[in-house]
Design a protein around this ligand. Structure first.
Ligand code: SF4
Length: 324
């Protein structure tokens, strides 16, 4: 009898996106330049491992600016903050470094622009998510949150001719389109954002999972529970036909029964996940007979973002001081 060959389909792109890479580097460079401790408002990116690694190097994660001693350096996370957070930092004489992903900043600009033109803005996103709180804070009087297709019925607008939708950057592409379609049945003149708000990294990671899911018995997504884009990847895998889909922070969380009877296991990771955690998952699977790994690539990513201006300026000044 021939044994069915066990295999892994490894999704690419997966893991770190340009915004996360920049945010993590910002904390690392700030630690080198100013020394520990460096305060970071909220988790710099939504990943347990990244946060604990930076904590071990001297980063202190806080929820609000009030927890940061006056005059200290504080870094704002990749998810972005409302304008009032900058104001609070100024009042406490904090040196603020903004690690907001430029693709989140782009949505903030859109919100400000449409609010200045007196639009009603329907922000599609998850209630309570830091990014949504930050974007909504740009124009609270103009923005209302639409939390998925079920939130559509609650929407009320002043003028149905002057309404635009924007979105959180890390949503499910398909669910967002469903929400927009429902909104359009109520508001036929609803305008779309000038360019995609759901970012390239979110879209690419979902696209490759959609490709592999029909062939997978199980898809393992490495990512943390509070990571929106990681949670979406599990949903995409299940919608795409995988029999099981699981979110794990570490390989040690894989339960043996998930793999029972499986011949093809899909593996991917959220945009805030370093690839060494994926390597540990592959090693764990190899020990259980899943040593045959095929990487399935649906896009190449080359985007990078430069470090925040305020940090670059200080790095340059420090470099100049050390010159002979
Ligand atoms: S997931 Fe997208 S929006 Fe979020 S940090 Fe990465 S590139 Fe930026």
């Amino acid at each position: 009898m021939t044994e069915t060959r066990k295999r892994v389909l490894l999704a690419k792109p997966r893991g770190y996106c340009a915004g996360v890479d920049r945010a993590v580097q910002t904390v690392e460079e700030a630690l080198k330049l100013y020394g520990a401790p460096i305060y970071v408002r909220k988790q710099i990116v939504h990943n347990k491992h990244v946060v604990s690694t930076l904590e071990a190097r001297g980063a202190i994660f806080v929820e609000e600016n009030e927890e940061v001693p006056e005059g200290s350096t504080v870094i704002f996370s990749a998810h972005g903050v409302a304008p009032e957070v900058y104001e609070q930092a100024k009042q406490r004489s904090l040196k603020a470094i903004d690690a907001t992903c430029p693709l989140v900043t782009k949505v903030h600009h859109e919100a400000r622009r449409f609010a200045a033109e007196d639009y009603d803005i329907l922000l599609i996103g998850h209630e309570g998510h830091e990014e949504v709180i930050g974007t909504a804070g740009e124009a609270p009087a103009h923005i209302q949150l639409v939390d998925g297709p079920d939130g559509v019925d609650k929407v009320t607008v002043r003028d149905p001719n002057k309404v635009v939708w924007l979105s959180q950057t890390t949503l499910s592409v398909d669910e967002t389109m469903e929400t927009v379609a429902r909104l359009k049945t109520r508001l036929p003149l609803l305008q779309s954002p000038p360019s995609d708000d759901i970012c390239y990294a979110t879209q690419n990671r979902q696209h490759v999972v959609k490709e592999i899911a029909p062939e997978c018995d199980v898809v393992l997504v490495v990512g943390s529970r509070n990571s929106s884009n990681s949670v979406r990847l599990v949903e995409v895998a299940l919608d795409g036909g995988a029999r099981g889909g699981y979110l794990i922070d570490y390989a040690s969380e894989i339960q043996e029964e998930w793999l029972e009877g499986a011949t093809t296991v899909g593996v991917t990771s959220g945009a805030s996940v370093p690839d060494d955690l994926v390597t540990e998952v592959l090693d764990h699977l190899a020990e259980r007979g899943f040593a045959d790994v095929t990487e399935v690539t649906t896009a190449e990513e080359r985007l990078t973002f430069s470090l925040p201006q305020e940090l670059k300026r200080d790095m340059k000044a420090a470099a100049a001081r050390t010159l002979p």
